[in-house]
Design a protein around this ligand. Structure first.
Ligand code: PLP
Length: 380
């Protein structure tokens, strides 16, 4: 998109710091309203942002509604009630938790606190886009390690931890690991990840991004929080945006040793989590029944989509998230647009170096069938 520009003024972009000048902005999934505006499609289904197809946690929603009456007040900046609840649940002390407007806010704090010119951050080639964006915005160098090859027998397109370790040097301050990763859905098991963490030098902070951990049902899957006693520079991030169904409220958190949390607190924007978001997160934590329903729907949907891709002769990347990324024999954007015209929004992943793949979020059974019908039509 080109912006109108007064020739007498320097272009805003020219004034920006070098990292901001060169970064590729985050590309969110297309909102339903936009599809209605652009294509006149009003009954569309959005399977593009890994949102919970069951809606918000009912307990969380009720709490947010009630809390809305108090939004003339600033939120409790310490977020102590939510931190206490999280701490009790995770078996850590409240001073080991930092709250964010989504977990991407916590990821941004890590970048602001530990990255800058002359420093670098390491992540995997198909890793979550925000790692690279925040690294560059901080003026640091982003180093994308080659991923496991497409014909890898166990985890095609997954994080190659050996390749990542090779990129770490004396100027590396942050390593980003997503488990499972978005957009691939690939995961790391306990032994391999623990060995990787143990092998990193002391000057490296590790962000272990567990945005989808509540969905995971594969054996040997690690819980990063259990490693905090052993690895002092570890930050585990989690979110209420995914399984809890609260993406629109913006609340997530990081768990780390108290000293590290204190450093992140120095760059945390004040009042970064709003009143309804805090209340909703506290209540949603108690919503075990909703989590169980969400997990079951996801398990069934993942199996259904995987089986349908197999039947259509389309390969897919193994996933333990609430989404699945599948391969096409043609350009992904073309198929994405054809699906849009049929009222189905999925996510192109060309910006993740996957131009011939698309990512689809697991929906309700009905959503999934609608997507599959549209995909069969488009590919016919
Ligand atoms: C969705 C997502 C997040 C966090 O999103 P927030 O809404 O900011 O909590 C973080 N990491 C990954 C890999 C994600 O897919």
């Amino acid at each position: 998109m080109s912006l109108p520009c007064d020739p007498l003024l320097p272009e805003p972009l020219a004034l920006a710091v070098p990292g901001v000048r060169t970064l590729a902005p985050y590309e969110p999934g297309k909102p339903l309203e936009e599809l209605a505006r652009e294509y006149g499609v009003t009954d569309a289904v959005k399977l593009a942002s890994n949102e919970n197809p069951l809606g918000p946690s009912p307990l969380g929603l009720a709490a947010a509604r009630e809390a809305a009456a108090g939004v003339h007040r600033y939120p409790d900046d310490s977020g102590h009630r939510l931190k206490d609840k999280l701490a009790a649940r995770l078996g850590v002390s409240p001073d080991m938790i930092i709250l964010g407007a989504g977990s991407s806010d916590v990821i941004a704090m890590v970048a602001r606190a530990f990255l800058g010119p002359g420093r670098n951050a390491v992540f995997s080639r198909h890793g979550f886009a925000m790692y690279s964006i925040y690294t560059m915005a901080a003026g640091a160098e982003g180093r994308a390690a080659a991923a496991l090859p497409p014909d890898h027998p166990r985890m095609p397109y997954g994080h190659d931890l050996e390749a990542m370790a090779r990129l770490v040097d004396g100027d590396t301050r942050v390593v980003f690991v997503a488990n499972p990763n978005n957009p691939t859905g690939t995961w790391l098991v306990r032994g391999e990840l623990e060995a990787f963490l143990a092998g990193l030098p002391d000057h490296v902070v590790v962000v272990l991004d567990e945005a989808y951990t509540e969905y995971v049902e594969v054996p040997d899957f690690p819980d990063g929080v259990e490693w905090l006693a052993r690895f002092p520079n570890l930050v585990v991030t989690r979110t209420f945006s995914k399984i809890y169904g609260l993406a629109g409220l913006r609340v997530g958190y990081g768990v780390a040793r108290p000293g590290l949390v204190e450093v992140l607190g120095r760059v945390r924007p004040p009042f970064n989590v709003g009143v309804p978001a805090l209340a909703a997160a506290e209540a949603a934590l108690e919503d075990g029944a909703f989590l169980e329903r969400s997990r079951r729907l996801n398990r069934e949907g993942l199996a259904r989509l995987a089986a349908a891709f197999d039947a259509m002769g389309l390969s897919h990347i193994p996933s333990t998230g609430n989404f699945i990324t599948f391969a096409l024999d043609r350009d992904g954007l073309e198929v994405y647009e054809a699906l849009l015209r049929r009222g189905v929004i999925v996510r192109p992943v060309a910006n993740y170096d996957l131009p011939r793949h698309l990512r689809v979020t697991v929906g309700t059974a009905e959503d999934n069938e609608r997507f599959l019908r549209a995909l069969r039509e488009v590919l016919a």
